[in-house]
Ligand binder design. Structure first.
Ligand code: E4P
Length: 217
């Protein structure tokens, strides 16, 4: 399983990159707005930190295929690693089809059913992003959606990769890894929760205490 980091905060991206645990980055309009910086400048800086797929989304106010195609081309021109994130709508599918035919990688976002993922794969999306946390929020099992999409893509040998998105807890990552999700995009906070365990901390403290008791500092 590959990890992407789900943030537009460059400090968090640098820290995760230094640990050697991330292969890419996903952003969305909310995450970039939270940083209060220029949209494209932020994406350009992220491309200089991580050498892997970087998802940048078309503006949430652009809803027609023509507009998404135009913006998608501009986002793709920022850097060779840019992946254009397009929302799952009929217009979005048209844009995915055109951008994919031009060799521009797309990530179809806001996926909440396996059928939506299937359509995005047919249109040529390189990635689909099912939002498992937001399904859990409304008492629908998000992990089951990831499992269904993985199975369907395997049934038909789609090259489209599944990015388990809207991950809120280490348990989400654990469940997605068990069922073979291609990629999980994980917030920095959850990555750090995955690193830590109280018994690891206690073990380090005990080793340090027993070592210094005999050998000193
Ligand atoms: C990533 O592609 C998504 O934009 C992100 O995971 C959404 O997460 P949220 O549901 O916690 O906002």
């Amino acid at each position: 399983m590959k990890f992407f980091i789900d943030t537009a905060n460059v400090d968090e991206i640098k820290r995760a990159e230094e640990m050697g645990i991330i292969h890419g980055v996903t952003t969305n309009p909310s995450l970039i707005a939270k940083e209060g910086r220029d949209y494209r400048e932020t994406l350009r800086e992220i491309c200089g930190i991580v050498d892997g797929p970087i998802s940048g989304e078309v503006k949430a106010t652009t809803t027609d295929a023509e507009g998404m195609i135009q913006e998608g081309r501009e986002i793709a021109a920022i850097h060779k690693n840019m992946v254009v994130k397009i929302p799952m709508t009929a217009e979005g599918l048209k844009a995915i089809r055109v951008l994919s035919s031009e060799g521009i990688a797309t990530n179809c976002t806001l996926i909440f059913t396996a059928n939506q993922a299937l359509l995005a794969a047919e249109a040529g999306a390189a990635y689909v992003s099912p939002f498992l946390g937001r399904l859990d929020d409304i008492s629908e099992p998000g992990v089951r959606l990831i499992e269904d999409i993985q199975t369907i893509f395997e049934n038909y040998s789609y090259a489209t990769q599944v990015i388990a998105a809207s991950i809120r807890t280490p348990m989400h990552v654990h469940d997605c890894a068990l069922l073979g999700a291609d990629i999980a995009t994980v917030p920095y906070k959850v990555l750090m929760q995955m690193v830590c365990h109280p018994l690891t901390d206690a073990g380090i403290a005990k080793f340090a205490r027993e070592y210094t008791d005999v050998f000193g500092e």
